[in-house]
Design a protein around this ligand. Structure first.
Ligand code: FAD
Length: 306
């Protein structure tokens, strides 16, 4: 399908933009691997690269260190993720101020999950921000920053219905969110329907699909179960029996991701967020497929734009 479709869309390279998500490394080996990934992806001039934020002080320091290194040693625009978990408002405000002092102008604002992990019941810190919308407000009070927020094409698992999710997303927009990035998904119809429903609910910020290349199907299936993302049968069938065959698994993963992103391009999507898992290979290949080329201005390089 893609050859035919691509030949009908010679213009896609002009209109497509990517961002990449990393997680902060835990040790020197992981740090070296992340840095190889950053350097491999840097020539693609992504719109921004984001660094996740976890529970616990040491994880938070690692996020700050990683963001700082990206600022100091690359031409990329880092976006710092931030959560409300286990912190007072004053503490979160201080973290925001520290990032701003470092030179950060792009944020990804999240409520976060409890320290016990995804799926455990979330209780806001008594003196803290209680959700993503309040955190967006806190960031925007410190400056006119670019603030991305989460969106859930399959509904947030704690949410009773889509209407509750859209209420929350609307509150985030009202507080100054400039873009929503979705949880990963594999059914493009679901994403398209979600965007239509969001527009109908009066939400007009860009909704960027979060794409997770399936580096390890078993891990993805595990994680999907906990964060409310659905693994379709057709996807499970494609990876069936490949757990001990990494070469074929990698080829199938590339085919699956290619099919998903090219189909989204065909549906008019021009902005993609790749969950890289700190690996460059599939993120680079998918960017190439949708028309991103090294050395071209693809919306990135220290740009602070919505
Ligand atoms: P919110 O948007 O604040 O809430 C999620 C939903 O819960 C709402 O839509 C609403 O339906 C419901 N809800 C919340 N509060 C209420 C309420 N008071 N009453 C009724 N319903 C309510 N996690 C991390 O720990 N670190 C990261 O760096 C990180 N990065 C992420 C990046 C992206 C793009 C995405 C999609 C998720 C990320 N997560 C991260 C995961 C995220 O923290 C979890 O999904 C978490 O469960 C919800 O956070 P949120 O900001 O989406 O929550």
């Amino acid at each position: 399908m893609s050859q035919y479709r691509l030949s009908r869309r010679p213009d896609i390279g002009d209109s497509v933009r990517v961002s990449f998500e990393f997680f902060p490394p835990k040790n020197d080996d992981m740090e070296a691997r992340l840095w190889d990934t950053v350097k491999r992806l840097e020539p693609l001039a992504p719109h921004f690269v984001s660094v996740t934020y976890g529970a616990g002080g040491s994880t938070r320091e690692r996020t700050a260190r990683t963001v700082n290194r990206i600022l100091a040693q690359s031409s990329l625009t880092p976006a710092a993720h931030l959560t409300c978990v286990d912190a007072t408002r004053a503490e979160v405000d201080e973290v925001i101020a520290d990032f701003v002092a470092m030179g950060v102008r792009n944020f990804v604002a999240l409520r976060g999950d409890p320290a016990e992990g995804v799926g455990a019941c979330y209780t806001p810190h008594p003196g803290g921000y209680s959700n993503g919308a309040e955190l967006v407000g806190a960031i925007r009070r410190q400056g006119d920053f670019d603030v991305s927020v989460s969106a859930y094409p399959e509904k947030h698992p704690e949410s009773p219905d889509f209407a509750t999710d859209f209420d929350m997303l609307k509150r985030k927009v009202d507080n100054g969110a400039t873009r929503a990035i979705t949880q990963f998904f594999f059914e493009n119809d679901q994403f398209e329907r979600y965007v239509e429903k969001a527009r109908a609910a009066g939400i007009y910020i860009p909704i960027v699909p979060g794409i997770l290349p399936v580096h390890n199907f078993k891990q993805v299936a595990n994680f999907a179960g906990r964060c409310g993302a659905h693994i379709p049968n057709w996807l499970a069938e494609r990876f069936d029996g490949l757990h001990d065959d990494p070469q074929t698994h990698a080829l199938v993963a590339a085919a699956v991701a290619a099919e998903q992103v090219l189909d989204l391009v065909e549906r008019g999507v021009g902005d993609f967020h790749f969950y890289t898992m700190n690996r460059a290979d599939l993120a680079f290949a998918m960017s190439h497929l949708i028309g991103i080329r090294p050395g071209e201005a693809n919306g990135g390089h220290r740009a602070v734009a919505a």
